[in-house]
Design a protein around this ligand. Sequence first.
Ligand code: CU
Length: 336
Amino acid sequence: MKTAKFFILLIALAVFPACSAIEPSHNMNPGGHTGEKNIRDAPVNPHDPEDKHTTDNHSAEHSFSEIERPQKIKDMMASRGEQDTANPTLKFIEPTDSATVNGSTIKVRLELGGDLKGYKPMKDPQTQMGNHIHIILDNQPYEAHYNLDTGFELRNVADGEHTLRVFPSRPWHESYKNNGAFQMIRFAVKNGGADATKPVTTNSGQQMSNVNANANTSAAPEGKEMANSKAGAIDMNKPLLTYSRPKGEYKSADAEAVMIDFWLSNAKLADDGGEYRVRYSVDNGEAKFIDKWQPIWESGWVDGKHSIKLELVDKNGNLIDNGGYNSTTREITVTR
Ligand SMILES: [Cu+2]
């Protein structure tokens, strides 16, 4: 049976020269194989970039490879002066930890501190880029918060328990990883009356609504309609992996190298002197490992939807569970 499926796949690959022609199902479970077989001791770069569409023993997967930090990001870093060595810290002004909010709109107000070295969140009107804060409700994709003066509104948040995670980010979405940069709180919504049937924008963009319910504020806060979610059963003292990137849509030059970035709490990776590893896979493919807490860049993307899975595991490859947040799968769209 397995062999038969494999041959059907070979035929499919031969018939469709572009792999995007067999999406969308190919990226979820290619050929029915689980992607689990190579988990242990997987070499970092076993795929020859040249054998992308041939029909050898791993033809069902595209070949992704880890590449070094792209030059354009190095250039941006160089042009930012000392900012990349800053140690920004965040503090929740609102909501506070364990707060109960009556209403489905959650106002998030943050205070930035620490050794900033010129770091300031702000969206450049020309480039639509800039330093910003990543705000994560429960384990949803993050929202980008650029203007700390106006605050950010999470709208249509469902009744019940929630977690909120925040950390500062650079214009290219790489997070700051210093002590105090990451903050996490719990809060609850009561009688909020959120509409669970409301269509929610996908995670593919930063679609900011201009509708401001509060007519008295001069500058409208940034904000977003949130998908229906609730908090995981998180132990804040246990190892926690926070998925940050990739997210959304990657077009043309941006699709050449896609950054994988995350936040780690209460856990050190193997090459940082700890006992944990971050395991990742693309399109349910071969499992690879990150043993140092820093972003990596992957190349080899073809047009279409792709899934990225990030997990926190121990040295033996066992998942370290923490309320479900330590194993997160996201979908991105690539248009080259
Ligand atoms: Cu970002």
